[in-house]
Design a protein around this ligand. Structure first.
Ligand SMILES: Cc1cc2nc3c(=O)[nH]c(=O)nc-3n(C[C@H](O)[C@H](O)[C@H](O)COP(=O)(O)O)c2cc1C
Length: 292
């Protein structure tokens, strides 16, 4: 029999309220105490070896914020020019933030993670150390976003600061060593429109009890369909379930059951590893990407 445990329903609310919002109401400010509470949530994040391989830069001065926005406007333009087909919104919304928090990753702390002491074991540990490092930073970013939601504010999670040119520009502007990296940039503000929901797979599809359920496997083609066709809508529409889309039939076509049912792969067959770095089919986005 399961034991009764004390749950914190409010916390589940905060989890659901955390939403990527990219449109803020202008004209608001918040106190430093609010921002300190939010950063403290990041400080309490778990990290590999408790290395705390992150620092938090809070930008609440409008003049500095506008310079940070300038960096991200240039970053967005590079995406348009060199990473064609990826859905993006204009980052001028950063002008309406009450603050921007940048989570810096400090790579020196990777030495605290397991290091190979036996010849030939470098690869085994090195790659996982990179994962430990990035997951630790991700945990801090996530905690901050949850802290923002708990304060009744909204935020987004921008990863462009991790790109070389963008990080160099941010380092120069904000004075940190450029070998540290701005993996997470979190614009914070008051939402201009309510955005309560966002597409999520049905729980039954994502959840595997006591072992990987192969009927829940998503095929290579399904991944490609999401990349080529569904992605911009799944990223931005204010709907949790694809079933509620008015244009469900048009957008999902033959892929409807794979995305909306508990069993996307009724045959239960798995596929071998393929080249995962790039899409394997030529969908709309992929075509746009190749267009010059
Ligand atoms: C590692 C990571 C990187 C992301 N990078 C960006 C980004 O550069 N720009 C952006 O607008 N959103 C970014 N997002 C936000 C996602 O697009 C968003 O979380 C997703 O579409 C789900 O929406 P939700 O956060 O509202 O639930 C990122 C999220 C994560 C976890």
């Amino acid at each position: 029999m399961s034991e009764p445990i004390q749950t914190t329903p409010l916390f589940q609310d905060v989890i659901r309220k955390r939403r990527s919002v990219r449109k803020f109401e202008p004209g608001h400010t918040v106190g430093k105490d609010v921002l300190e509470r939010i950063v403290d949530c990041g400080r309490w994040a778990p990290s590999g070896a408790n290395a705390q391989c992150f620092d938090f830069l809070v930008i609440d001065e409008p003049a500095v914020r506008d310079e940070v926005m300038g960096v991200f406007l240039r970053q967005a333009q590079r995406l348009v020019d060199h990473a064609k087909g990826f859905p993006a919104v204009k980052k001028t919304y950063l002008a309406n933030t009450v603050a921007i928090i940048i989570v810096l990753g400090d790579p020196r702390w990777k030495v605290c993670f397991p290091q190979a002491t036996t010849p030939g074991w470098d690869k085994e540990y090195k790659e996982n150390n990179e994962a430990i490092f990035l997951c630790s930073i991700g945990a801090a970013i996530q905690n901050i976003q949850l802290g923002v939601a708990a304060e009744g504010l909204t935020s987004a999670w921008l990863s462009g600061g991790g790109e070389d040119i963008t990080n160099r520009e941010l380092a120069e502007l904000l004075g940190y060593p450029d070998w540290m990296r701005a993996y997470g940039t979190i614009p914070i503000g008051f939402p201009a429109a309510t955005q309560n929901r966002r597409y999520r797979r049905p729980l039954a599809q994502a959840l595997h009890w006591n072992g990987y359920e192969t009927g829940k496997y998503r095929s290579h083609d399904q991944v490609d369909f999401y990349e080529s066709t569904l992605r911009p809508f799944a990223m931005y529409r204010d709907e949790e379930s694809l079933e509620t889309w008015d244009d469900r039939a048009e957008k999902l076509g033959d892929w409807d059951a794979a995305f909306t049912s508990a069993i996307p792969n009724p045959s239960g067959e798995l596929e071998p590893e393929a080249e995962f770095d790039k899409p394997r089919t030529q969908g709309q986005a992929t075509k746009r990407r190749h267009k010059d």
